[in-house]
Design a binder for this molecule. Sequence first.
Ligand code: SAM
Ligand code: SF4
Length: 407
Amino acid sequence: MNTVQKVRIPLSIYVHCPWCIQKCPYCDFNSYRMDNELLEDAYLQALLEDFRHDLPYMQSRFVQSIYIGGGTPTLFSPQTIEKLLNEIYKRLPFAEEIEITIEANPATFDLEKLLALRKAGINRISLGVQSFQDSFLKTLKRVHSAEQAKQAIEMIHQAEFYNFNLDLMHGLPGQSVENAIYDLQTAFSFCPPHLSWYELTIEPDTYFYTHKPLLPDEDTLIQIQKVGRKLLSEQGYRRYEVSAYCLPGQECKHNLNYWTFGDYLGIGAGAHGKITLSTPSFRQLFANELAHCNDNHGILRYAKIRRPEEYIGHLSRHHSIDQNFYKGKSIVTREFIPLEFMMNALRLTNGVPTDLFPERTGIHITNIQDALTLAHHENYIEDFSKTLKTTPKGGQFLNQCLSFFTP
Ligand SMILES: C[S@@+](CC[C@H](N)C(=O)[O-])C[C@H]1O[C@@H](n2cnc3c(N)ncnc32)[C@H](O)[C@@H]1O
Ligand code: SF4
């Protein structure tokens, strides 16, 4: 396989906080209903230990973004978030325009907490609203009301967070086109720079999977999407990924790093990381992992153990981390890297420059020339001389499109 000289790959950090007030019936994230009290101090100590252990992966790169997600990270005190960020600041160089996001749920913070989070360094809030109608919030078993969601957004404005996202869901049980549009219109009234507009999916291992709610029929779902997308566009929101919309220049840097095949550390219970083993010194550091591969390049992917109590227990018992600390740790070998790259990059509606492929994977574009040519002939991707981008057909049938890159 032809290889190319690598440039440094951008790096982000994801920190996972696994507790919620209660588990939503549609949610398959690694989140747990909290019992009475949070193990906040013990979890913070574990996060710090976990982070220190992942430091060698940094390779003195600048951190582009930090994303504190969950679960419901705003259940933690701002002091905990501040201690965590201070430790990261102390150890790592930051990009000048670093984006630091925290996911927040309405009814889990007040203005004082938001101001303290801003002081701690958070500069972006992602608020899980889902709907502005109480009847749907009730179906989704959300712990907040529509009024509390509105108050939460007002507080975000008052605390002068200019960069924030609202999560909304559509295709909800019993939802009409008008209901879905009402949620979007209400969101617009708060001028969010970024909107994530997800269609409800019924995931295995969720309450909704075993107790299937009655979803809107196919025609209604199509109509919601059509009318909603038109409205978003009229309001100036560009759809830049399957479910992500933003005003000009307000893309989420952290998510863009995933979709453009950047690297990331995953800190916390169940967190995933991706690290490119590109330089010789790096390959030497991970000689053990690479010993199992035919190929001594590759990408290291890992996931930490999922259950918070086990995660904390492991880190408090063993100061050096052993293999049991990982739910999975493996090398993505060269033959699978094109597929992984495309799975991310082709989610972006404008795609990515073709040059990004060799830059992020170390693999010359000629290695996937045949797959690209076939996918183009079958009208799944556009002309690929400058950009890797799906056609409308490829966007609609992304899995078929990706099958061209499956080894
Ligand atoms: C990491 S999750 C949770 C964020 C936050 N804990 C909350 O619930 O408000 C991010 C977003 O994914 C969306 N989401 C989660 N599960 C979903 C599902 N099954 N179908 C569609 N969207 C989903 C929700 O909009 C949610 O806010
Ligand atoms: S609050 Fe968010 S993370 Fe928690 S259970 Fe609900 S959807 Fe999942």
